[in-house]
Design a binder for this molecule. Structure first.
Ligand SMILES: *[C@@H]1O[C@H](CO)[C@@H](O)[C@H](O)[C@H]1NC(C)=O
Ligand SMILES: *[C@@H]1O[C@H](CO)[C@@H](O)[C@H](O)[C@H]1NC(C)=O
Ligand SMILES: *[C@@H]1O[C@H](CO)[C@@H](O)[C@H](O)[C@H]1NC(C)=O
Ligand SMILES: *[C@@H]1O[C@H](CO)[C@@H](O)[C@H](O)[C@H]1NC(C)=O
Ligand SMILES: *[C@@H]1O[C@H](CO)[C@@H](O)[C@H](O)[C@H]1NC(C)=O
Length: 583
């Protein structure tokens, strides 16, 4: 094979080779953080174990100067710069990660929030107290330099301080923040929540949507849309109707973004419905996972690479990066390169939007705008009908992602299949009891340490054997909506097991993790693109929510082993009788 110039290699990598499809636009304009030879050379040389490190490093001087010096260096080495020279160049022109952020102790943090007192088990109560302390470690504030010289940072300036997930995630993320805020409200920190909400609203004002996270390389993709729900939780907690009134139009803008940029029409039974999907029509490797994406694309014909890059970004937008949930058939269905996120209509996305439409309708009613209240009520009704027609499976008793290419539902188990219960997006309460049967039929209750993300083991982090806090919440609070005591009891028992997994790992490691491996007695999770991270925002939020909800019953020393349905009924009867005995 003839030697190729770096330009040609870069073009081929980006799928722009002769005869291939048209290029998609890059993830952002920055010639340092999103596209160009500097990014390409540094990331492909793998100077750091994690590609995210380089794109998080602030520049030491203006980007034009750095680019000019880089071009000189590249030309001096005929565009093949030895690794050591590259390393020196980066050391000279970039600063270490995290320079642009400073630690921040939330001003509304207080020693003893009320809810701690309602936790009966002293071990769990002490643990909740330590998680409450963690907000002080996870608090961050952007330094003013980022406002005065935004071009020298990949971090996007935010006016208000915030809570981050932790580990490699030192900036804030969209859907993580919802569970963080639930925890913060229990910790009686509504001012911190308000600041975080304001940051998101500012992003919508500037960019028209909420990006995946607060970095320029995340700009063109969003994440599961929970902003309206965040506002609802804040307003319910504080009665701050003025804040709602000031920002209702910005919330509407975000809902419009999903309608305008992420909708898809689906036909069934001679009728046409509009639903939503994750879709990010931008090219090039994700800057923060550049070498991984580039190497993966290298395994495909040149003409298919640009599409893969877009589908990987859509996978990141779904929050499930990555998962067999987005893999499409073919000879090697468990290959990451078969990711086709935009070819599915996801249950959870549509449930979140259905809920957002309902909340928008309630918000407008509260503000006395009946026209708008009616508009969103109608949108919700249309979506409910569409979800019923396209996603709901009466026989199985759950909703399923719809595959746009085959016109069929994906029958695999994912906790997201029950998201409509959690989101209150169903018309028949009987659906909740069908959901319990669905969990039993899928043998989900045989997993003692937590609800698995899927039943496929692929090595991806959103698959077996990992379990994630937000997905536990979707199922637990979904089931708890049922009027049936049995479904409510199973919800409690799932909560008990998840608390136990988190508590046991914490007891051994003094750390909270972003995900847990439930195949192995409950351990920090693994797989995917990076090492498991400690911290951890949404995990802490979900634990605090469960401790608040079931604090009078949860125990640090109990596991529930689920029984067959008839045994379960007997054991429920037994525990009912026992609870009637004098203590
Ligand atoms: C520069 O590299 C290209 C291929 O990468 C090669 O064809 C060319 O001869 C090189 N030029 C010099 C001066 O080494
Ligand atoms: C959304 O679509 C509009 C045009 O319909 C476009 O201008 C805008 O860039 C899109 N937003 C994103 C984030 O892709
Ligand atoms: C909010 O307002 C409602 C109605 O005015 C009232 O019932 C409720 O107690 C208030 N909640 C808080 C947290 O102030
Ligand atoms: C209702 O909201 C819409 C959209 O923001 C606005 O144009 C309209 O003037 C509002 N109507 C009332 C009665 O406030
Ligand atoms: C905690 O440590 C003990 C003792 O080393 C070990 O037996 C147990 O499996 C560990 N549990 C977890 C959840 O890490």
């Amino acid at each position: 094979m003839p030697e190729r110039t770096w330009e040609l290699r870069l073009l081929l990598l980006l799928g722009l080779g002769l005869g291939s499809q048209e290029a998609l636009p890059p993830p952002c304009e920055s010639q340092i953080y999103c596209q160009g030879e500097l990014l390409h050379q540094v990331q492909m040389a793998k100077l750091y174990q994690d590609d995210k490190q380089f794109v998080d490093m602030p520049l030491s001087s203006a980007p034009d100067q750095v680019l000019q010096r880089f071009n000189e260096l590249a030309e001096a080495h005929n565009h093949s710069i030895p690794q050591q020279q590259l390393q020196l160049f980066v050391q000279e022109h970039f600063q270490p990660v995290g320079q642009e952020l400073e630690p921040w102790t939330p001003e509304d943090w207080k020693e003893s929030p009320q809810f701690l007192q309602t936790i009966s088990d002293p071990n769990l109560r002490a643990w909740a107290g330590q998680l409450h302390q963690l907000w002080k470690k996870l608090g961050k504030k952007v330094k003013p330099e980022v406002l005065t010289h935004p071009e020298q940072f990949s971090l996007i300036y935010s006016e208000h301080p915030f809570i981050v997930p932790g580990g490699r995630f030192v900036e804030f993320y969209y859907w993580d923040s919802y569970w963080v805020m639930e925890g913060l409200l229990l910790s009686e920190m509504p001012e911190t929540v308000k600041g975080m909400l304001q940051n998101f609203l500012d992003l919508v004002q500037t960019y028209g949507h909420v990006p995946n996270g607060a970095r320029v390389y995340y700009l063109q993709r969003s994440q599961p849309p929970l902003l309206t729900l965040m506002m609802d939780r804040y307003v319910t907690h504080t009665n701050d109707t003025a804040f709602l009134r000031d920002n209702i139009e910005t919330l509407a803008l975000e809902v419009d973004f999903w309608a305008e940029n992420r909708s898809i029409s689906v036909s069934s039974g001679g009728k046409s419905y509009v639903l939503n999907r994750y879709y990010v029509p931008y090219g090039g490797p994700r800057p923060e996972s550049y070498s991984k994406d580039a190497e993966l694309a290298d395994t495909l014909p040149e003409g298919d690479r640009e599409d893969l890059f877009a589908e990987l970004k859509a996978g990141a937008e779904s929050g499930w990066d990555f998962s067999s949930r987005w893999f499409i058939g073919g000879p090697n269905p468990d290959l990451l390169s078969s990711t086709r996120t935009s070819k599915f209509v996801p249950v959870d996305l549509n449930a979140f939007l259905c809920q957002a439409e309902e909340l928008m309708s309630n918000f407008y009613a509260r503000l006395g705008n009946d026209t708008q209240a009616t508009k969103y009520r109608n949108l919700r009704a249309q979506r409910l009908a569409a979800m019923e027609a396209i996603l709901w499976d009466e026989e199985k008793g759950a909703w399923f992602d719809y595959d746009l290419e085959t016109g069929k539902k994906n029958a695999e188990f994912y906790p997201s299949n029950l998201a409509p219960l959690w989101a209150g997006c169903f018309s028949d309460l009987g659906d909740v009891d069908k959901a319990l049967k669905y969990l039993e039929d899928s043998q989900i209750l045989t997993y003692q340490y937590g609800i698995p993300t899927s039943l496929q083991k692929t090595g991806q982090q959103w698959d077996l054997p990992n379990a994630w806090a937000p997905l536990q919440d979707l199922v637990i609070r979904g089931l708890a909506k049922s009027p049936s005591p049995r479904a409510q009891e199973v919800a409690f028992q799932l909560a008990q097991n998840w608390i136990r997994t988190n508590f046991d790992v914490y007891s051994n490691t003094s750390a909270m993790y972003e995900k847990y491996d439930i195949s192995n007695g409950g351990q920090p999770g693994g797989g995917g693109e990076y090492e498991v991270q400690e911290g951890f925002g949404w995990t802490n939020g979900v634990v605090l929510m469960l401790l608040d909800r079931y604090g009078d019953r949860l125990s640090s020393g109990t596991w529930t082993v689920f029984l067959e349905p008839h045994c379960l009924a007997a054991s429920l009867l037994l525990s009912l009788l026992l609870s009637l005995l004098p203590q």
